[in-house]
Design a protein. Structure first.
Length: 175
């Protein structure tokens, strides 16, 4: 086996990315504090051709050097929008026929491994604050809640890791 060189990876240019057919998922960040986490989410969104990221409340927005440090240029390829509140973002998504799923531990949550996206359905997945999670008001507005199964002692993952796990899983199921 030989490791591939960067030029062998057939990476899309920013223009090619912007014109490519996207995975019908919007990532919603509900008051995420860490700019490094925001940057990591941009990179994950770029990797899976995600439609957009909605940055809400106190979530930082590009351009910012801490976001850029982990995004590695993905803020140039991935579409993003800012909303003063996550509730505003969710209401807009609903008006545009998205199903909204909070990623959280909650009563009646569907385990990620059991979640089956509907064919051709547009999804929005909401990830919450590093300490408080997704706001209850946002959960109340959601179509449902998806939980990442965890069996260790912490029962919590870093937001950027959670986005990676969920987006990878949904991407696979939607192919």
């Amino acid at each position: 086996m030989r490791k591939l060189a960067n030029e062998e990876l057939e990476r899309k240019s920013v223009t090619e990315f912007q014109h490519a057919v996207k995975t019908p998922i919007i990532i919603v960040l509900d008051n995420v504090r860490s700019l490094n986490n925001v940057g990591s989410v941009f990179r994950t969104a770029d990797a899976f051709l995600i439609e957009a990221i909605y940055l809400c409340g106190i979530t930082g927005t590009p351009p910012h050097k801490e976001i850029q440090k982990t995004a590695l240029g993905a803020t140039e390829s991935v579409e993003w929008n800012y909303f003063k509140t996550t509730q505003q973002a969710v209401e807009e998504l609903k008006q545009n026929n998205y199903l909204i799923y909070a990623i959280e531990q909650a009563e009646q949550a569907i385990m990620l491994s059991d979640f089956k996206p509907q064919k051709d359905q547009k999804l929005a997945v909401v990830f919450g604050n590093e300490v408080k999670g997704v706001e209850q008001e946002v959960i109340n507005l959601s179509t449902g809640v998806i939980e990442i199964p965890q069996i260790g002692t912490k029962h919590s993952l870093n937001i950027a890791v959670s986005v990676g796990v969920v987006v990878w899983d949904l991407f696979q199921k939607m192919q």
